[in-house]
Write a protein that binds this ligand. Structure first.
Ligand code: SF4
Ligand code: SF4
Length: 394
């Protein structure tokens, strides 16, 4: 077996030492923390920053954290944040002019981080370092791969995304449980981490305390693990790891017929369910903000009385009325048209554009929709009574 594929058992203080090692190599380490009643991603410096002993409960329109009976550090599913927040920030300054009228283009790479608006990192901004992400789930790695295709795969890669992405280190964790909103199994994106990581951890509980198996997926990951004393995982540990993953996959209650939905939605653009969902949807944009693959943005210019002007790129949403505004009005004036645009793009035309689905089955849009709209349920409703009219209206 090649060294990188070897599953090892980390020593008791292995996770703490791994965190210290990553930081000593100059990374800004971001991982899960408990804040404001949610598990969110923020800069961390020690195991004590992780949400040990906490989990989450999720349902359509519902998210709650609650205490666990053990000390698992990764015993939750997903919060409202995704890694998009760091690789493709909510706001990016593109350029600024001086009072004399000279424009300063936003530098990329380390220098960009120094001037970027990064106050979401808990106020303790360390913007001049590459990111290392701890606790990345299988579906989230699939979402990053999708954003890679969107933002770096064409003739004009986004330099801001590319500089963050290419220097980032991913320490993934296999899921040990599924939320009621998860459906990664049917999307083929989880719960086992199979690629796109530098290190993957499996958290096993021994009498309520966590122990970790680790495997490297890159030279960077291998060089980090090489600095920790460890032994090969025992057959019993490997068995427990496999059972844990199988139980997680088997407990998933939601699903989406990923292979059929592409054609189904394309053939049902006038289905009455679009009116039904529009009567419930608030067009609040929450689903697109929490979605790890949504990438729509808008660009705004701001002028100041001191003579400077800045151009900023911000996340936008196909649910906002202005997003499709062209001279004379919005192309998608109704909520019906905007919901249909989101769902058909995500699950159908995304395949034509980027050769994959735009959904990884993370379930965030279900939990964080204030009225509990569930895309798996919307697809099921259309599939249960498919129509065949295809003319489009707004
Ligand atoms: S559409 Fe919903 S379930 Fe799919 S990736 Fe986006 S947030 Fe996750
Ligand atoms: S589906 Fe839900 S989260 Fe998305 S815009 Fe409508 S109300 Fe908001």
């Amino acid at each position: 077996m090649k060294k990188r594929e070897e599953v090892r058992t980390l020593p008791e203080d292995g996770l703490e030492r791994l965190i210290g090692l990553v930081r000593s190599r100059g990374y800004c380490l971001v991982g899960p923390t408990l804040r404001d009643g949610a598990i969110v991603y923020d800069e961390i410096s020690a195991v004590s920053d992780l949400p040990a002993g906490w989990t989450d409960e999720q349902e359509a329109g519902r998210y709650r954290v609650k205490a666990r009976e053990d000390a698992a550090a990764f015993g939750y599913n997903l919060g409202p944040h995704s890694w998009k927040r760091f690789l493709y920030p909510p706001r990016t300054q593109l350029w600024q002019t001086t009072p004399t009228g000279e424009a300063t283009l936003q530098p990329v790479g380390a220098a960009a981080r120094a001037v970027q608006e990064l106050d979401f990192i808990g106020g303790s901004t360390t913007p001049d370092r590459p990111f290392a992400f701890l606790g990345v789930r299988a579906c989230e790695l699939s979402a990053v791969a999708i954003q890679d295709r969107v933002l770096m795969g064409g003739a004009f890669p986004d330099p801001h995304y590319q500089s963050r992405r290419e220097s980032a280190l991913f320490i993934a964790v296999n899921c040990s449980q599924a939320a009621a909103t998860c459906f990664c199994v049917s999307m083929g994106t989880g719960p086992e981490v199979t690629g796109g990581f530098d290190i993957v951890l499996t958290e096993l509980l021994e009498d309520g305390s966590p122990a970790y198996l680790a495997r490297a997926g890159s030279a960077a990951g291998e060089s980090l693990l090489a600095q920790l004393e460890h032994g090969p995982a025992s057959p019993a540990e490997l068995d427990r790891s496999r059972v844990q993953l199988d139980q997680t996959a088997g407990s998933m209650r939601r699903e989406l017929a990923a292979d059929e939905v592409r054609g189904l939605l394309a053939a049902n653009l006038e289905h009455p369910r679009w009116d039904d969902v529009a009567s419930r949807c608030l067009a609040c944009t929450n689903c697109t903000m929490v979605c790890p693959t949504c990438f729509c943005s808008t660009v705004e210019d701001h002028t100041s009385l001191d003579g400077t002007a800045t151009r900023t790129r911000s996340w936008d949403s196909c649910f906002s009325l202005d997003f499709s505004y062209v001279h004379g009005g919005s192309v998608r004036a109704s909520t019906r048209a905007r919901y249909r645009q989101w769902l058909t793009h995500k699950l159908s035309t995304w395949h034509d554009q980027f050769d994959s689905s735009g959904c990884v089955g993370c379930g965030r849009c279900i939990a964080w929709c204030p009225v509990g709209i569930d895309l798996t349920e919307e697809v099921r409703a259309i599939a249960s009574e498919p129509g065949d009219r295809q003319e489009t209206t707004s």
